[in-house]
Design a protein around this ligand. Sequence first.
Ligand SMILES: *Cc1c(COP(=O)(O)O)cnc(C)c1O
Length: 412
Amino acid sequence: MTAPAQTGPASGAAPSSASVIAAETPVLAHNYHPLPVVVARAEDVWVEDVEGRRYLDMLAGYSALNFGHRHPALTAAAHRQLDALTLTSRAFHHDKLAGFAAGLARLTGLDMVLPMNTGAEAVESGIKLARKWAYEVKGVPADQATIVVAADNFHGRTTTLISFSTDPVARDGFGPFTPGFRIVPYNDLPALEAAIDETTAAVLIEPIQGEAGVVIPDDGYLTGVREATRRAGCLFLADEIQSGLGRTGRTLAVDHEDVVPDVLLLGKALGGGIVPVSAVVARRDVMEVLSPGEHGSTFGGNPLAAAVGSAVVDLLATGEYQRRAAELGEVLRAGLSALTGRGVVAFRSRGLWAGIDIDPSLGTGRHISELLMAEGILVKDTHGSTIRLAPPLTITREDLEGALASLGKVLG
Ligand SMILES: *Cc1c(COP(=O)(O)O)cnc(C)c1O
C-alpha cells in the first residue's frame, strides 16, 4: 500500500496564507473582499499573519478595537467572567448587568441602558423605541411614525436599515423595504427641518459619517439638529457606533458641540474587541415606554458582555484614551496635511480617525491598501479612492509617524 499523497503542509507547520485563502473560497459566502492577509495572532496595535509577518493595524476592526488587540484589562475581565458565569438569558438576573448599565449611563450622561449585541441591533432597537415613544407620548396616529435620516448613512445591514440606505450596493436586490423613513442630505439643516412634521418620531444621524469616508458636518450642525428636534418635539437619535467611545478625542462625537441626544446608539468598541456588545442609552422618560415582553434579545447584556463592557467603561472613565486620541489626532492631521498635494487630494480627520481621498490617478483605495499592506500597514478603503485610518487609541506617536511615512512612500 502506498502512503496517501501529501496535499497539505507538513503536520505541525502552519498553513500558508495562500492555502487558507484558497480553502475559504468554496465554503465561505463571498460578501467580503478581504485583503490577502491571514491573521493568526495579535497584541495591541500589531497583528501577525500565519507566516509570521507583522503588520500595524490601522483599521482596528472599524473602531471595535479602540483599545488595541487583547488589552490586558479587558482580557482579564473576560477570563474572570469565563470562570464564573457566561450566560443566563434575561429570564434571570445576573450580578454584572446593573454595574455595566450604571457605568455606561454615567459615562454618557444619559439615564437608562438597553443592552443588545451588534450595532445593527442597537439601531433597530433605537428605531423601535422611537416609534413606540411617538405613539405613546407624542400621539402620532398608529403606524404613521416617520424617522428622518441622512443620505450616505451607514447604520447596519438588516432589511429595515438598508431600507433607508442610499448605497445601491447595500440595497439592490434586497427589497421590499421597510417604509417610514425620510432621507435628507447630510449636513443640511434647512432640508432636515423641512422633512420634520407632526408624524416625525425622530431624527437619526451619525454625528460623523464613518463608512461614507469620515464625513464631518460643519460646526453647529449637531447643535442645529438638537435645536430642531427639540423645537419639533421629536427625538434625536445619535448613531455613535463607530464615532463614539474615544475615537474622536472625546468620549462621544456629539461632545465636540456639547450636545446631548435623547437616544445614543453604541457598539463596536463597547465589546473591547472581544465580544459583540451594543447598547441603546436613553433618557429615562423615553426608555420607559418599553414594558416587559415588548423587546428583547437572548444574548443582550449577557454576563460575559457585561463584564467586558464594564471594563471598557472603566478604561474610558479615566479619560486617558480620549486624551491620546486628541493629542495623536494632531500628529495624524499634521502628517496628512504634509501629504496633501502629494498624493492626497483631501482629507477629513477628527481625533485618531481620518478619511483620505487619494489622487485617483494613483489607483483605487483598494490598490493603495494593497501597497500599504506590502509595507506592513493594514488599512481599508471605504469606496472609490478613499481610505480610512482608525488605529487603536493605544498607538504610540512613533508607530503613527511610521504609518504616515509608509503612506507617503506608497503615494510618492
Ligand atoms: C458598524 C456600524 C453599524 C453596524 O454595526 P454592526 O455591529 O456591524 O451591526 C451601525 N452604525 C454605524 C455608524 C456603524 O459604523
